[in-house]
Design a binder for this molecule. Structure first.
Ligand SMILES: [Zn+2]
Length: 175
């Protein structure tokens, strides 16, 4: 699944949290597993060998959970949602990364690579992934109208307020 979709799912999961800082932490947890793909910058060989290893196992998820417990405001809630957000990334990859991109979920304790099979597995550039992305956009717009915030808040509150104002003009013009 593309990082944008992972990020949108993470931000949607973060919605029970009051503080923007906590929502940013939970959104980050949905993106960080792919740091193990950053080696692509150094070498394609590295990428092929290590993408889906270091960042795609439960221990990395637990590490993120501990970090959230330390830096979050609403500590218990944010760490629980971080763990869910991390796992949403794993599930997204199992479903929508295509064949040959399994996840060694218990690495390094156990090197078994888990992989779904059709129909619960589809390619990266598939209509299923597009559908998931489109669904996330709809949910984000609904949150924007109801709670007056969108995923843009991660980058800028000012821009986010402008986007929320636009959504409200579109969807509440009769009110
Ligand atoms: Zn991934």
């Amino acid at each position: 699944m593309s990082p944008i979709t992972h990020g949108m799912i993470g931000w949607i999961i973060s919605q029970p949290l009051e503080k923007r800082r906590d929502r940013i932490i939970v959104t980050a947890a949905s993106l960080l597993p792919d740091f193990d793909g950053a080696g692509a910058i150094a070498s394609i060989d590295y990428y092929a060998r290590y993408h889906h290893i270091f960042g795609h196992n439960i221990f990395f998820g637990l590490l993120l959970t501990l970090i959230a417990l330390k830096f979050g405001v609403d500590k218990i809630k944010v760490s629980m949602l971080v763990f869910i957000s991390f796992n949403s990334h794993i599930l997204g990859d199992l479903l929508g990364s295509g064949h040959g991109w399994g996840v060694p979920y218990f690495w390094p304790l156990n090197k078994t690579i888990y992989e779904f099979s059709s129909p619960f597995q589809w390619e990266l550039d598939s209509w299923q992934n597009l559908l998931v992305t489109a669904f996330c956009i709809v949910v984000i717009i609904i949150i924007g109208v109801r709670r007056k915030r969108t995923i843009i808040e991660i980058f800028s509150i000012k821009t986010d307020n402008k986007v929320v104002a636009i959504f409200n003009r579109w969807f509440r013009s009769e009110g």
